[in-house]
Design a protein around this ligand. Structure first.
Ligand code: PEP
Length: 263
């Protein structure tokens, strides 16, 4: 279903009216985690100022440590819905448990399945049946073939509104959190008709890498990027070191403008 063999035209997925697909480079930006109404609104305003047309933000956070901030849950979803109301930006947010799919989908414009759940087949089937677009991150240990098969689980349930997101894979390299596999973009686009975007924030894990990796994403033909921004990253409850700050936004907007999409 997701193979390009039976569907030669590359697909465009619309999220609250915003296209992700060939001919555009969609900027999705926002906080890694929803922490407070004020922080989420400020991050959304930063995102919009940089040219973002979709707001990201996690209310359910899949953390490596059980002692780390796990997200605000439904209270976080309510904050996101309020901020959507105030800014007009449709919401992309993660769901980590098949039991929460209905609840998260009742607030979200697009559901995100994260790298740690990329082969959670019950979750993939649940998001496939809920009638909302899905962003499927690549498992950090998954081959491209395994990633596309994971997408197939969603598609099998009747949902072809899937955006693939390359977010770095595990290698021997320790200078970055994960190694951004830029080759995955043209390879996945050759094998599948689905749009492919890149997450330069979670792959690199460092603020300084976000703009160079964004340039790489656009140069290699990605259909979009998803980027963390935070008004006060030093106080962030999750992944502060990778969040862009106010001072980075002009440069981000310039990068997005100056690197037109490959057609
Ligand atoms: C995220 O985007 O909030 C996230 C946790 O990303 P990943 O699943 O790629 O680590």
């Amino acid at each position: 279903l997701v193979s390009r063999d039976n569907h030669p035209e590359r697909s465009t997925v619309r999220v609250g009216g915003v296209p992700i697909g060939p001919g555009t480079v969609t900027l999705i930006a926002g906080p890694c985690a929803v922490e407070t109404p004020q922080q989420t609104l400020e991050a959304a305003q930063m995102a919009r100022a940089a040219g973002a047309t979709l707001l990201r933000g996690g209310a359910y956070k899949p953390r490596t440590s059980p002692y780390a901030f796990q997200g605000l849950g439904e209270a976080g979803l309510r904050i996101l819905a309020d901020v959507r109301e105030q800014t007009g930006l449709p919401i992309v947010t993660e769901v980590v448990d098949a039991h929460d799919v209905e609840l998260v989908a009742s607030y979200a414009d697009m559901l995100q399945v994260g790298t740690r759940n990329a082969q959670n087949f019950a979750l993939l089937q649940a998001v496939g049946g809920i009638g909302k677009p899905v962003m499927l991150k690549r498992g950090m240990n998954a081959t491209i073939e395994e990633w596309l098969m994971a997408a197939e689980y969603i598609a099998q349930r009747g949902n072809l509104d899937i955006v693939l997101c390359e977010r770095g894979i595990r290698t021997f390299e320790t200078a970055t959190r994960n190694t951004l596999d830029v080759s995955a973009v043209p390879v996945a686009q050759r094998l599948s008709h689905l749009p492919v975007i890149i997450d330069p924030s979670h792959s690199g894990g460092h603020r300084d890498l976000v703009l160079p990796l964004t340039r790489a994403a656009i140069a290699v033909g990605a259909d979009g990027v998803i980027i963390d921004v935070h008004p006060h990253p030093e106080q962030a409850l999750c992944d502060g070191p990778q969040a862009l700050v106010d001072g980075d936004l002009d440069e981000l907007a310039r990068v997005m403008r100056e690197f037109p999409p490959l057609l």
